[in-house]
Design a protein around this ligand. Structure first.
Ligand code: GCB
Length: 603
């Protein structure tokens, strides 16, 4: 590595640490890439839990953090000494899972919940990490009574090394999860989805050799489709050593040597069969050192823009999409199984989609990998939503950290074509500074994808619809959430407008739609009927055909009705956003078929 580059990387690493500390994170190690390709032991299953509204397990009666909190799991006999909690006789919850839907009485609980489980361990010569796929929102982790890390942010993974705290035989892990909404948080207190609390994704121990392949990237270079480029980052005492990158099917076997920081960047010629919507081809990739080996399945494709077009592998592609929340079909809780991922993505395929907007936060890794195998392009987003504290340095650090964790986890996924840095944010200089810094960081970390954010309209006149947002110069795709016929006029307005967007960039409707109660019928001018929603889709699609120049795709809002405490209309909403094309009980509404027919006939 060139000297300047090394200095840059060291600087970046230092900055990342500073930023991570500011975000409230502590004791965490850089993320292990492709954790499912490692030697893992899942710690999912039954965990004891205690609901602790006043955080008495963390603070003493003067509200000072105590050294003697629940995380110690003191074992006492209640004769010679006593304690006022006990995990082992507490009820259990299934992890991964959200607590809100575990028991009815927790539905609206926001606060601290403690979790504990035992596990046995036989020490060997391996290093061991504890990896949590996601926990919402502020998570403190303790092993054998010692704090090993803290993470802020509800939708991205984190890991900490626990090699030195593990003992032979019985060990225990205690996790404090607090999902209180915070003004300075990301997302902030106000949003249109449910704040499911808990350890919502897989928990595992990851065993790795002393010096191991911590991170790697291998992708086609954006502008050089014959060049595979990437890096490998080792972690451990033997930083400088030989690394082999193999793609057996392509006859590729390259050897590189990492520098004293364990890092090597590379690029080499190859002519892979390209990953595409029609042919989502993945190659076996093997990365190895004398001590370690990790395998992944990676697809290779390019994604660019040219004027108002989006080019996948050099050819224009129209994004036939749908927006999706990570909410389980039929039971409305946070998704916690592969089957639930599959149901949603199968519906997207049935709708004729080639693209999904995974809103408004990074979805679970298996969802992204599944979309990739199914040939669905992916928009992935961080929860910088509505009115974040733009001038708060900690809020920025937190958003930045979530962005880095999102990109870091999925940077080898061919399906992911767009990193979205925000949704419907109010214009202003402080916002622009915040978001443009995020855009710059995203590009620096990953130049193989496009950047976007969901913006709002500023119309030129009541009948000339437009977008004007100073952030447009920072993004590759100008995305717009537009609700003609719902928040703006009734359906007949859709017929009266035309679009004029002045940017020479692809325009995507990141949202459009309206609410309907499945099974509620009436005429097409009555709100909340399936007919009204169907008519809204019919008219919007006609408008797209005739009067939206340069549109390169859409991801209507939304595949399925989802829980939202903002939606209070009795008998209609009952705590659900009803803009789904499918109800939360799986009933398809008329609009589903309108969009499906349009997608099936649209190139
Ligand atoms: C939006 C938001 C989305 C909401 C949706 C709605 O613009 O981006 O999170 O759920 O509108 O239904 O109002």
């Amino acid at each position: 590595m060139k000297k300047q580059h090394r200095i840059f990387v060291t600087l970046l690493a230092t900055l990342t640490t500073v930023v991570a500390l500011h975000a409230g994170n502590e004791g965490l190690e850089p993320l292990i890439q492709n954790v499912y390709g490692r030697d893992i032991r899942l710690l999912n299953g039954s965990w004891h839990y205690l609901l602790d509204q006043l955080e008495v397990g963390y603070y003493d009666y003067r509200r000072q953090p105590t050294d003697n909190g629940f995380f110690k799991d003191h074992q006492v006999d209640n004769v010679t000494s006593y304690k006022e909690y006990d995990f082992d006789s507490a009820p259990v919850m299934s992890i991964p899972g959200d607590w809100n839907t575990w028991e009815d009485r927790y539905l609206y609980y926001e606060g601290t919940m403690w979790f504990k489980r035992d596990f046995s361990y036989e020490p060997g010569d391996k290093r061991v990490y504890l990896y949590i796929g996601a926990a919402n929102y502020d998570t403190k982790v303790y092993v054998n009574g010692e704090k090993v890390g803290e993470h802020v942010g509800g939708y991205t993974p984190f890991n900490m090394e626990v090699t030195d705290v593990l003992k032979a035989g019985r060990n225990f892990v205690v996790v404090k999860v607090d999902n209180k909404r915070l003004l300075e948080g990301v997302p902030t207190v106000n949003c249109d989805w449910f704040n499911y609390g808990g350890i919502t994704r897989d928990v595992m121990l990851v065993e790795v050799p002393r010096t191991y392949i911590r991170d790697y990237k291998l992708q086609l270079k954006k502008d050089s489709p014959q060049l595979l480029a990437g890096y490998v980052q080792l972690d451990g005492p033997g930083a400088s050593q030989a690394v082999t990158v193999e793609i057996p099917e392509l006859g590729v076997r390259k050897r590189f040597t990492t520098d004293s920081q364990g890092y090597v960047e590379f690029a080499f010629k190859a002519r892979p069969r390209l990953w595409s919507v029609e042919d989502p081809y993945l190659y076996e990739v093997r990365i190895s050192t004398a001590e370690d080996q990790v395998e992944d399945r990676i697809g290779f494709r390019t994604i660019q823009t040219r004027g108002r077009e989006i080019l996948l592998n050099g050819k224009p592609v129209f994004l036939k999409g749908i927006s999706i929340h990570e909410e389980a079909p039929f039971r409305a809780g946070r998704i916690c199984s592969e089957e639930e991922n599959l149901t949603l993505l199968n519906w997207a395929k049935e709708l004729g989609c080639n693209y999904v907007r995974l809103a408004h936060y990074p979805h679970n890794e298996k969802m992204v990998r599944m979309a990739e195998r199914m040939g669905l392009l992916v928009w992935s987003e961080i929860p910088v939503y509505w009115t974040i504290q733009w001038e708060n340095a900690d809020t920025y650090a937190n958003a930045h950290n979530q962005l880095m964790e999102m990109i870091g986890r999925d940077q080898n996924r061919a399906a992911v074509i767009i990193w979205s840095i925000a949704n419907e944010t109010p214009h202003g200089a402080a916002r622009d500074k915040f978001l443009s810094s995020l855009a710059t960081s995203a590009r620096e970390k990953d130049d193989a994808r496009l950047i976007s954010m969901a913006m709002e309209r500023n119309d030129k006149s009541p009948s000339v619809i437009s977008i004007k947002d100073s952030m447009s110069e920072w993004v590759d795709i100008v995305s717009c959430n537009q609700y003609l016929g719902w928040y703006d006029g009734k359906n007949e307005k859709i017929d009266r407008v035309r679009w004029e967007v002045d940017y020479d960039k692809p325009l995507v409707f990141s949202e459009m739609g309206g609410g309907a109660v499945a099974g509620y019928h009436g005429d097409s001018t009555t709100f909340w009927t399936e007919e009204y929603q169907a008519e809204l889709y019919r008219k919007t699609l006609k408008m797209i055909d005739e009067r939206v120049p340069g549109i390169a795709g859409l991801s209507p809002w939304i595949l399925m009705d989802f829980r939202s405490p903002r939606r209070l209309l009795p008998h209609v909403q009952d705590g659900y956003n009803r803009k789904g094309l499918i109800s939360n009980r799986g009933q398809k509404k008329q609009a589903f078929y309108i969009l499906r027919d349009w997608y099936m006939n649209h190139e």
